[in-house]
Design a protein around this ligand. Structure first.
Ligand SMILES: Nc1nc2c(c(=O)[nH]1)N[C@H]1C(S)=C(S)[C@@H](COP(=O)(O)OP(=O)(O)OC[C@H]3O[C@@H](n4cnc5c(N)ncnc54)[C@H](O)[C@@H]3O)O[C@H]1N2
Ligand code: MOO
Length: 620
């Protein structure tokens, strides 16, 4: 199970947890996952009761009685609602906790933690099979009706019910606290690895004054991102592409398993399939090899495995009728046309059950998934030769500056090569982007306005570099406004990238990156690309960060969140990469960024970093 699956798991109301529910084999696996919960002194303070499908009416009687006990007499509506709750959820499991006082070292609260962990394992195991789930409780759980109905012992308590089933309607995304809100370090001394803090009051950074407006203060990076995302809409068109063209595109609709996966019970090993009940009494047991099934054979036509018989079977071959267990060929003795086994084998051994990867109708990929090799595999495995994807985001790109020349041309004094164009063309070369490269434009206001206007006619996003700062030759913001565009954010508390400007021009989003190449690269990576990703339908993904430690101490001027090129130089005793932060002044140094492994992220209010301080790190 991937971390993203754990983070994305959401409770789904039992009303939306339809058939099919888990198969008996899946249910067993789910309960085994529950029993793997951390459990001090092996008290196993839990047990689970599956409400049988055929007993749902009787179960509804219990819910109705429980409702009467808590609310007194019920009207017909209340009766209906109480009974309906007993019918919801394809699979319902009662969670019963046995919490004991006076257990040495394991106070009741710790036993409850263990029960909670078991429940969480159930929820995650259900998710791993592609099911939705939810723990439901409420005041009814402590009623006599349910206590007696489930025959609870004096030490036992009914915690609630876990509902599991196939999600018929996906829940929305959940707002959750980030690690920054819920994780702190002890002790707070930076030597111990606490993210460093400003030790002096935030020094007034001259850069914090907006030179255009004279208004002090810069927009924090996260606010700039939120404001940028808020003006960006997902493109609404879709198209159908061949599977081998789908890599890197964005899925336009949910991919649901049209049949159970795998579609039939099959062998996980090369070996022999037989009837597990034939290995009763004392071994060794001898079975006659009476048939053969290979992958690709129709197991239904292979005949049935009779008493005392085994069929030769190979990995991926369907299980023939009668057979319910497979043994690896390494674990048997071959005696002519017979095999001999020494140990009993449990039913289901080495058998991959139909639907154990995904039950029919379960969600394989939600719409908005970026399609990588894994996703292509999932689409292919359900037999689709084509897939519906979002249309590409149309991005128009141009660089500004009268000093710019194309690589290959000769340079006159004062001129430089247009590296931004190539940095951004490379960064924008994504399968979900349709790039319109508009080259370079001189620092001429009229020409700039004209190109901006033309770019916005058919683009969803216009990306430019240069001309967003404060000099007389910086015309971008003024010309955007002149072309009836609107600026949403400018002057960001970000280093590099303070002059990054975000706005709109007609229906297009405008992202004006700074001219300095490292600043253009960084602002695109940290802010611009996220806006484009949202427009592509992939949602608003955070830039992935890992944790590193500073290898040496230094001081800095606070005021802007800094994305400082850094190089990995070693590993801390705990195995965390140690990074050396490179030059303070780097926004135009392309060779410096080529030497770095990523950006160390220094919080805006930080004015010094001690060796060993932890920092977020954006890998390049
Ligand atoms: N008085 C101030 N000056 C500057 C400030 C400021 O706040 N007050 N901010 C500085 C910061 S920070 C940055 S970043 C730059 C951004 O300037 P612009 O976005 O207006 O960009 P330009 O002035 O056009 O160019 C800056 C720099 O980058 C070179 N450049 C531009 N385009 C390209 C390209 N396509 N390929 C390679 N190099 C390029 C250009 O030659 C300049 O050297 O402003 C600071 N100034
Ligand atoms: O912030 Mo600027 O982007 O230093 O070069």
């Amino acid at each position: 199970m991937q971390i993203a699956e754990i983070v994305e798991r959401r409770s789904v109301s039992p009303r939306r947890l339809s058939e099919p529910g888990p198969t008996p084999a899946q249910l067993n696996a789910i309960i085994e996952a529950a029993c793997a919960a951390p459990d001090h002194r092996r008290l196993r303070p839990w047990r689970f009761v599956l409400i049988r499908t055929e007993a749902r009416e009787a179960f509804a009687d219990l819910f109705e009685a429980a409702a009467r006990e808590t609310h007194g007499e019920l009207n017909s509506d209340q009766v209906k609602r109480a009974r309906e709750k007993a019918a919801n959820g394809a699979c319902l499991i009662a969670v019963i906790a046995e919490i004991r006082d006076n257990i040495r070292d394991v106070p009741p609260h710790e036993q409850w933690v263990s029960v909670g962990a078991a429940v969480q394992n159930i929820l995650l195991a259900a998710k791993s099979f592609g099911f939705g789930s939810m723990l439901v409780s409420g005041d009814k759980v402590s009623t006599r009706a349910l206590t007696e109905g489930f025959g609870l012992a004096p030490d036992e308590l009914l915690l609630g019910f876990v509902a599991i089933g196939t999600i018929s309607k996906q829940p929305g995304t959940a707002e959750r606290p980030g690690a920054k809100e819920k994780l702190s370090y002890w002790p707070k001394d930076e030597k111990q690895g606490e993210m460093m803090k400003t030790t002096t009051k935030s020094v007034e950074d001259p850069c914090c004054v907006d030179e255009r407006t004279g208004i002090g203060g810069l927009v924090p990076v996260n606010d700039a991102i939120s404001r940028g995302l808020s003006v960006a809409n997902e493109v609404d068109g879709t198209e159908v592409v061949e599977l081998d063209e789908a890599i890197g595109r964005v899925l336009a609709e949910d991919l649901v398993a049209p049949f159970p996966m795998p579609p039939f019970d099959n062998s996980a090993m090369d070996g022999y399939v037989f009837r597990s009940e034939d290995l009763s009494g004392a071994g060794p047991w001898r079975l006659r090899v009476a048939g053969r099934v290979a992958a690709g054979d129709n197991a239904n036509e292979a005949g049935g495995v009779g008493e005392g018989e085994a069929f030769r079977i190979f990995t991926g071959a369907g299980i023939p009728k009668g057979g319910d267990a497979v043994i690896m060929q390494e674990h048997v003795r071959h005696l002519g046309n017979f095999i001999e086994l020494d140990k009993p084998v449990i039913p289901g051994n080495c058998i991959r059950r139909s639907g154990e990867d995904a039950v029919e109708g379960s969600l394989l990929l939600p719409k908005g998934s970026p399609i990588g090799a894994r996703e292509i595999g999932a689409i292919a495995s359900v037999g689709l030769p084509q897939i519906k994807v979002r249309r590409k985001v149309r991005i128009a790109l141009f660089c500004t500056g009268s000093e710019l020349r194309q690589p290959g041309e000769s340079l006159a004094p004062g001129q430089i090569y247009n590296s931004n164009r190539f940095i951004l063309m490379a960064a924008l070369r994504q399968p979900w982007i349709e790039l319109s490269d508009m080259g370079a434009v001189v620092d001429d206001p009229d020409e700039l306005r004209d190109v901006l206007t033309r770019a916005a006619v058919s683009a969803d996003m216009v990306v430019t570099t240069g001309g967003v700062s404060v000099g007389e030759e910086d015309h971008m913001v003024e010309q955007l406004r002149g072309a009836a565009g609107k600026i949403e954010v400018m002057k960001i508390a970000m280093k590099p990238g303070k002059p990054l400007s975000i706005g709109t021009l007609n229906d297009a989003v405008f992202v004006g990156l700074p001219g300095n190449p490292v600043a253009a690269f960084t602002t695109w990576k940290i802010i611009g690309s996220r806006i484009a990703e949202k427009m592509s339908g992939q949602g608003t993904n955070e830039v992935p960060v890992s944790q590193v430690e500073a290898s040496e101490s230094f001081t800095r001027r606070p005021g802007r969140q800094e994305f400082r090129p850094a190089k990995i130089v070693g590993l801390s005793p705990e195995g965390r990469p140690q990074v050396q932060l490179l030059d303070q002044s780097f926004s135009a140094k392309i060779s410096l960024i080529c030497k770095s492994d990523g950006f160390a992220v220094i919080p805006a209010d930080c004015d010094r970093i001690a060796s060993g301080d932890r920092l977020d790190f954006v890998r390049l």
